[in-house]
Design a protein around this ligand. Structure first.
Ligand SMILES: Cc1ncc(COP(=O)(O)O)c(C=O)c1O
Length: 396
């Protein structure tokens, strides 16, 4: 006998979409850049990717891999030779040694690595704390993993560092993960070893797991970069994420990696194994070439970014827009408060009147209000024209 069961209410296809997905807003950056793409003559300081093409020998390694018929799946964890090169690179540059066989997972960019890390560790309602303004995908990625995103505002007066007192104030019994990104997208803020040690002490005391997104770490312009994973007692409670997109100008190859204690990598690998299987083999071969022979290219690109950064900081200050000198990454995050406009109106006004695209600071969280993000992963000639147009816009 069939019991009468009332069907779920469906008034439109939107009712099929899961509630936690429905509540995620579309990226503010995407909407803005759809408008940019529909216009001509725009100078874009909006894109978060290197303007350099991937160095030739790295592209050649990808071509050569195809020529050799390297077209199949790899181990779920990634090519062992690549994982070995990653462990050597991480040991040399970040002073933490991982075991290639069990403690490294090659992923489809840091994006996938972050998603896996969150999904592997969060139970519904667990809180993930992160400093803000921050990369646009942190809050949605946490929500998609059924966690609760807890933003900790950082301030220009503090050079956009995460202050221990602010972290303590945000802690609750549900706090499980601290997500860090230094140098920071969009502010260019960094933390010194001593400052990170204060954060690490809280993590040890409160048993927090740290997920550290080190994607801009090679692009540090002043002090040597320190990873929180290298501090005493932190390796066992840290998932270290890194990739090739920014430092080696390899965004389209979609390669990243996670290093962590074996049980955490195993948990992430089980999700990766069913969802993705493995990162593309051609991209893995290219990444291996980047680690083995790409360091000079990286340094040359960093020097170009540094010159552009110096130029932009000087020009913005000259225009009367206060501007924190970014210590890393390739973004400037000037304050536009003195113009009397909010960051949305500033960015849209600048685009409409002067055809220069910058990203409203609020795209990176509420604490980004009063700022805009300008990427200097843009050719110097373009930057020179852009600053003239911005000066004219402000003068109006
Ligand atoms: C802080 C940060 N993390 C991760 C990513 C994504 O990197 P990937 O290309 O490796 O997925 C970006 C890209 O802009 C980023 O800014």
């Amino acid at each position: 006998m069939h019991l009468p069961i009332s069907p779920p209410t469906v008034n439109s296809p939107n009712d099929y979409v899961a509630e936690h997905v429905r509540s995620i807003p579309r990226s503010g950056i995407r909407d803005f850049f759809e408008i940019v793409q529909s216009m001509s003559g725009v100078i874009s300081l909006g894109i978060g990717e290197p303007d350099f093409v991937t160095p030739w020998h790295i592209r050649e390694a990808a071509i050569y891999a195809l020529e050799r018929g390297r077209t199949g799946y790899t181990s779920n964890l990634g090519l062992l030779r690549l994982r070995e090169a990653i462990t050597d690179y991480v040991a040399e540059h970040y002073s933490v040694r991982y075991t290639a066989a069990t403690e490294v997972l090659v992923t489809v960019g840091v994006s996938e690595a972050l998603d896996l890390a969150l999904r592997a560790v969060l139970n519904p309602g667990d809180e993930v704390l992160y400093h803000e303004p921050c990369y646009v995908s942190y809050s949605p990625s946490i929500a998609l993993a059924h966690g609760r995103a807890v933003a900790i505002g950082t301030r220009e007066e503090d050079e956009f560092k995460l202050r221990p007192a602010a972290l303590r104030a945000a802690l609750t019994p549900k706090s499980k993960v601290l997500l860090l990104n230094f140098p920071t997208n969009p502010t260019g803020g960094v933390m010194t070893a001593a400052e990170l040690e204060e954060i690490a002490a809280i993590c040890r005391e409160r048993n927090l797991l740290v997920i550290t997104d080190e994607i801009y770490s090679e692009l540090s312009y002043h002090e040597a970069h320190t990873s929180i994973a290298s501090l005493p007692g932190m390796r066992e409670r840290t998932i270290f994420l890194h990739g090739f997109s920014k430092a080696f100008a390899m965004t389209g190859f979609r390669i990243g990696y996670a290093c962590a204690p074996a049980v955490l990598i195993d948990a992430m690998m089980r999700i990766h194994q069913y969802g993705i299987l493995c990162a593309p083999i051609v991209s893995q071969e290219a990444a291996l070439e980047a680690l083995l022979r790409g360091r000079d290219d990286m340094q040359q690109m960093r020097e170009k970014y540094r010159l552009r950064r110096n130029f932009l900081v000087h020009k913005f200050r000259e225009m009367g827009l206060p501007c924190f000198e970014p210590r890393g990454a390739f973004y400037l995050f000037p304050s536009i408060k003195s113009t009397g406009k909010n960051s949305h109106d500033f960015a849209f006004g600048l685009l409409k009147q002067e055809q220069v695209a910058v990203v409203p600071g609020t795209a990176f969280g509420a604490s980004g209000e009063g700022h805009v993000r300008c990427s200097y992963a843009t050719a110097m000639e373009q930057l020179e024209i852009a600053v003239q147009r911005i000066a004219r816009f402000i003068g109006r």
